[in-house]
Write a protein that binds this ligand. Structure first.
Ligand code: CP3
Length: 347
């Protein structure tokens, strides 16, 4: 069993730095594009045999140290009463965005096994298929990031609808985040019961908030989700982007591992987080389009700066971009393993 990733999450010694990538299954892989030519994104998610196949594609193409279940953070929205689709070129589109207090109160709770049973089945099948090759990560969206899709109706640059709702209807906004938190807590628990060995909570867009607004409107909800998740006994990665100013508040909200983006050096972020947490990151996904020498130098800088700190998980600062060259990703995985293993020996 390759347990480097789980060991690093617990800040235990490792033979080499573990590496995996957010969005490691997806459009940059020809195998994925071939399946997507025949099935929609939601069909892939909702058909466990296909979702297992897609989750295995990166694991089969390169020796990553973790698999992540193929699903999407938005899947819980439909069983709550907010159907959406992935529209070509536009990203997610929520058919009836939330714009009023009544819309919030109309969202409902649901049994995870009923509304998202297909994700649980995928996890169970995938865990069997992996057979110890690497650990399996389950995941969910954090309440603010999910609420932003529900309120904006899709992707956003300034998040003005979300923020204006938060400021003008703070109680309804809090009820919305509480509903999302309840579903997310139960969903994460069900994922661990189905076979997930670690969890990642994606708060991708939380960096849009000021520290004060994060602490007032968001942190208590995230904390309730992360408290519940950490009681499950598996490592929990708490991830966001643009979070340099929020990191200590995010750490206080919870998570055994903090995921950080590339906007500041990983050790600057880690110094602020403190030595009692593992850290995941933080290569800029766009660096993978650079000549190999540049990729290698930037990866080496991350590994050199973290070598004396137990608990580093190598990853990008955000998901792999759809046109990333596969060969660069494969070469990076080998480089991280080889370079960090030699460092471990010579230490
Ligand atoms: O990491 C993995 O390999 C597992 C699968 C995964 C997907 N989405 C598959 C996906 C994971 C972990 C996610 C998380 C997710 N989804 C996040 C958080 C991570 C992040 O990037 O910040 C967010 C914000 C979403 C919402 C979402 N899903 C968007 C904005 C889009 C469209 C944008 C785009 O890239 O086209 C999706 C669609 C989506 N989710 C795709 C994949 C592989 C592309 C679908 C396709 O094939 O067309």
């Amino acid at each position: 069993m390759n347990d480097r990733f789980l060991r690093a999450c617990r800040r235990e010694p490792v033979d080499a730095t573990p590496v995996w990538f957010m969005r490691q299954a997806g459009r940059y892989m020809p195998e994925y594009r071939a399946l997507r030519a025949k099935h929609s994104m939601l069909e892939l998610c909702r058909t466990p045999e296909l979702a297992v196949q897609v989750s295995m594609q990166p694991v089969n193409a390169m020796p990553v140290d973790a698999a992540i279940v193929f699903a999407d953070i938005l899947l819980p929205l439909e069983p709550m009463g907010a159907p959406f689709e992935f529209a070509k070129g536009e990203g997610p589109v929520v058919h009836k965005p939330i714009r009023s207090v009544e819309d919030v109160d109309a969202l409902h709770s649901f049994e995870i096994a009923e509304g998202l049973g297909y994700v649980l089945e995928t996890l169970t099948l995938l865990r069997r298929e992996l057979d110890g090759r690497c650990p399996l990560i389950g995941f969910a969206g954090a309440p603010f990031t999910l609420a932003s899709y529900l309120i904006e109706g899709g992707r956003s640059t300034h998040f003005e609808k979300t923020k204006s709702f938060m400021y003008s209807e703070p109680e309804a906004f809090s009820r919305l985040l509480a509903k999302l938190s309840d579903v997310t807590s139960r969903y994460l628990r069900a994922q661990v019961q189905a076979g997930a060995q670690a969890l990642q909570l994606f708060d991708s867009w939380v960096g849009q908030l000021s520290l004060t607004d994060y602490q007032q409107h968001v942190a208590p909800h995230v904390k309730s989700v992360l408290d519940d998740a950490q009681s499950l006994g598996v490592p929990v990665i708490h991830f966001g982007t643009g979070t340099a100013t929020l990191l200590t508040a995010m750490r206080d909200a919870g998570g055994t591992v903090l995921g950080v983006d590339w906007r500041e050096p990983i050790t600057t972020a880690w110094d602020r987080i403190g030595p009692n947490h593992a850290v995941q990151g933080n290569l800029d996904p766009a660096v993978l389009f650079a000549p190999w020498e540049v990729v290698e130098a930037k990866a080496r800088a991350i590994l050199d700066s973290t070598r004396d700190r137990p608990g580093h998980i190598f990853n990008l600062g955000h998901g792999i971009l759809p046109t990333t060259p596969v060969e660069t990703v494969q070469r990076l995985v080998d480089f991280v393993h080889e370079y960090s293993a030699n460092k471990a020996e010579s230490a």
